[in-house]
Write a protein that binds this ligand. Structure first.
Ligand code: OXD
Ligand code: MN
Length: 590
């Protein structure tokens, strides 16, 4: 073990608290060296060179994909592990039925046993990072200790990582402590533990993104949601996108969809040719931190600085911006390769796979060539639609909040909640088919309130109460909407074209917020009449449009009853105001 005297002199202003913590972790995990990350390009290049030499990274075709690399994870370590993810609060009720729970002392004992001596022969990397623009009062810092150079490279893209973050920590004194080791990548010795009251995380046994890049889901959602509750703001699983209409006005919306339901695509949407004059600016594609502003509006920052996007399905027709942005400086994980050493995945639109994600010659009998949850990690500044406002310390004002899920039936294309409290019920009722972003069955409908089921760091009952109280601080609250791009007919054919055409729905949403668009009042909220949507140049059967813009009271009565049962799971923590909203919905449904 080396001592913390190895703090480089250029980083000498490190706070004593960080140094003491790094020292105590090193004494416990026994690394052969300690590396304090400064976040420089030279440091990243050296780490890439080291991983290339070890064979843990592979360079891709330097002509067509310059500075792009492929990493292959352990085949049992390809997604978030919700069943091994815990919230550790002194009282189980504070974690709620929405989380796995363990008492903090037990969790620490279990994790400390796993971490004992686990870094022998390895380097301990100290990764200081800032979630959000470095000069924003809304940003929060953390330090991740990890023994994975792959994690450091990803954190270097996904967060403001290095010297400036360490300096801010030195000034502020407080930071989230994230301790990570890949261990032996043994699924039986894998846990992701969160200690919200201590602002700390311990993650062992996985190198996969959401389990190992602790700034992302662990800090920016689970710990931050807890912090946000105590400080009066919201940490949400939402993309943030700016839309400039042909009249030159820009409005921002934040949208919560479960993992792998198209947040990245919507955040980078390309307007259809039949809607000239619209422009789209991406602020973020996964996480939004929302603060009531002094002007009574809700303001959002994106705490991340990169995208950890799902590769399959990304092609020139579905997401041209993403397709273009990942042609340089991109780290791919678990994608397939062409015989020209270019990355490949299902839905890329051209080429053919030669080598599958496991490194075997491609054989379609083995299933998809790229893992369904294969990813790209890339800096946000490479996105052709990147919004410079993503750097704004005060964030962007939000005109509409949009919830959505992947549902074959029931939920119409779009509807608007009657007001904020009804919108909280709409968000709490989100249900969606599960995807490959987490291990477990795919395609099963489950409740995923606010798309936060895997990410809320405390009891959902308290969380909905917090949503209601944030609303009461907003004199100009955003409108709240629900969308469903995924309606299918009996044969499994999608009824709505999606992608760029989703702008037609967003345009209606923005017009509703501006009081300019008509709607029909239904028991579940306000829906556009087919004629209220801009369908110019869209080839959609009017009967299909009418179908996806209709409400079936019988099916909604069952949905409301199921929602009542779901709220009952939260007992007295479920806010009375939410139950009243549900009763009012049931009355309207008759
Ligand atoms: C993600 C996820 O990686 O939601 O963003 O799983
Ligand atoms: Mn996500």
């Amino acid at each position: 073990m080396v001592s913390a005297s190895s703090v480089p002199s250029a980083l000498a202003s490190v706070s004593a608290e960080v140094t003491a913590w790094v020292n105590s972790v090193a004494q416990h995990t026994l690394p052969s060296q300690i590396h304090w990350c400064d976040g420089s390009e030279a440091e990243m290049a050296a780490l890439r060179a080291q991983l290339l030499e070890q064979g843990d990274l592979q360079a891709l075709n330097p002509e067509t994909f310059p500075d792009c690399f492929l990493a292959r994870s352990h085949p049992s370590d390809v997604a978030r592990v919700e069943h091994l993810t815990f919230i550790c609060t002194p009282h189980q009720v504070d974690a709620g039925p929405n989380n796995n729970w363990m008492a903090p002392a037990d969790a620490h004992a279990q994790m400390d046993a796993l971490f004992a001596g686990c870094m022998q022969g390895r380097t301990l990397y100290v990764v200081p990072y800032c979630m959000g623009p470095i000069d924003s009062p809304y940003s929060r810092c953390g330090v991740e200790i990890t023994d994975s150079a792959y994690v450091v490279l990803n954190m270097g893209i996904m967060t403001r990582m290095g010297r400036a973050a360490l300096e801010r920590i030195g000034r502020e004194g407080s930071f989230v402590r994230g301790l990570h080791s890949t261990g032996e990548l043994d699924p039986n010795r894998r846990f992701i533990m969160h200690f919200p009251e201590e602002l700390s995380i311990k993650s062992f046994g996985s190198g996969y993104g959401g389990n190992a890049l602790l700034g992302k889901k662990c800090h920016a959602l689970r710990i931050a949601s807890y912090q946000a509750r105590t400080e009066g703001w919201l940490a949400e699983h939402m993309l943030i996108v700016g839309l400039k209409n042909p009249q030159g006005e820009t409005h921002y919306i934040a949208c919560a969809f479960p993992s792998a339901c198209g947040k990245t695509n919507l955040a980078m949407l390309i307007p259809p040719d039949t809607m000239p004059g619209w422009e789209v600016f991406t602020v973020g594609d996964d996480i939004a931190w929302l603060h009531p502003g002094p002007d009574g509006r809700l303001w959002a920052i994106n705490p991340e600085s990169g995208y950890f996007g799902v590769a399959p399905g990304t092609g020139p027709k579905t997401n041209r911006n993403a397709y273009d942005m990942i042609r340089k400086d991109t780290l791919f994980t678990n994608v397939a390769l062409t015989d020209n050493n270019e990355p490949w995945w299902e839905g890329i639109g051209s080429g053919e796979p030669a080598i599958d994600w496991l490194g075997r010659p491609f054989d379609k009998a083995n299933g998809p060539s790229a893992h369904p949850n294969s990813r790209f990690t890339v800096s946000a500044v490479h996105n052709p639609s990147y919004a410079t406002e993503a750097e704004s310390p005060r964030g962007v004002p939000i005109s509409a909040l949009v919830f959505g899920g992947r549902r074959r039936e029931l939920a119409p294309l779009v509807y608007q909640a009657r007001d904020w409290a009804h919108g909280v019920l709409v968000g709490a009722s989100v249900a969606s088919e599960t995807t490959a972003a987490a291990t477990g069955a795919v395609g099963v409908v489950r409740r995923d309130p606010m798309a936060m089921k895997p990410f809320c760091g405390y009891n959902f009952g308290d969380y909905w109460q917090h949503w209601l109280s944030v609303g009461s601080k907003l004199s100009k609250p955003p409108g709240i909407f629900h969308v469903n791009w995924f309606r299918q007919d009996a044969g499994g054919k999608f009824l709505w074209p999606g992608f760029g055409d989703n702008l037609r729905v967003i345009s209606w949403i923005l017009d509703r917020c501006a009081g300019k668009a008509a709607a029909q009042e239904t028991p579940i909220g306000y829906l556009p009449n087919p004629s209220d949507l801009d369908t110019s140049g869209l080839h959609i059967d009017p009967a299909v449009l009418a179908e996806i813009l209709s409400v079936k009271p019988e099916a909604w009565r069952s949905e409301a009853a199921a929602m009542g049962e779901y709220l009952d799971e939260f007992g007295e923590r479920a806010p009375a105001a939410l139950r009243q909203q549900l009763q009012a919905l049931q009355q309207r449904l008759g």
